[in-house]
Design a protein around this ligand. Structure first.
Ligand code: ZN
Length: 200
């Protein structure tokens, strides 16, 4: 039986989330193309998309988003988004992890793709659970090797900001805001540590 908490989560989720994060979104089997049905497989404890013909079970699990906090002295590099969601808002370079790469490689790749920035990747900095949209965000600190950055196709512009210059009202995502707040707080304290946070 489905616990009531999961049922309630599903109802809330489908009311507010974009389609790609909506549970029960797999309508056809990825192997044979037949329609799927949502049911609890034997030995499982929640509903899965089960193929009505070949009986394959298609699992839906959280996606990993990886990015960096590229720093140059007391400044941090932000990208203004050239894509939805949050077009025109500022973000740290980040994106979905690809198969075949580590989280660190993904963070470095996204920094090159979105900001054209040359960096030395440093330690993992924030681990942010965004349960509402089924994502885990990981940000690494990074040191800019030079100031020869340039916007990639997904960015309108990239720019260095001191703490007092950060456009807090135009930050694209709560995970980015949280990471920036942790970054500047640690920097003022004189030491960086890893921050694990749940984003409501
Ligand atoms: Zn099938």
């Amino acid at each position: 039986m489905m616990p009531w908490r999961l049922l309630r989560y599903r109802d809330e989720a489908t009311a507010t989330l974009p389609p790609m994060y909506t549970p029960r979104s797999i309508r056809h089997c990825k192997l044979c193309g037949a329609p799927t049905e949502y049911q609890v497989p034997a030995g499982d404890n929640r509903e899965r998309a089960v193929c009505s013909v070949c009986k394959s079970v298609h699992y839906e699990n959280p996606l990993n988003v990886v990015g960096t906090v590229p720093a140059w002295d007391d400044q941090v590099l932000l990208c203004r988004r050239n894509i939805e969601p949050r077009y025109g808002f500022w973000t740290l370079p980040a994106g979905f992890m690809e198969l075949g790469e580590t989280s660190a490689e993904g963070a470095q790749r996204e920094t090159i793709e979105e900001a054209g920035a040359h960096i030395e990747l440093l330690d993992l900095f924030t681990v942010l659970n965004v349960v509402r949209v089924g994502q885990l965000h990981l940000y690494y600190r990074a040191r800019l090797l030079d100031t020869e950055f340039a916007p990639g196709p997904e960015s309108i512009e990239v720019q260095l900001f001191r703490e007092e210059q950060i456009p807090w009202d135009e930050i694209a995502f709560r995970t980015v805001r949280e990471t920036l707040k942790c970054y500047f707080a640690d920097r003022r304290r004189g030491g960086f540590e890893i921050h694990c946070t749940d984003i409501a």
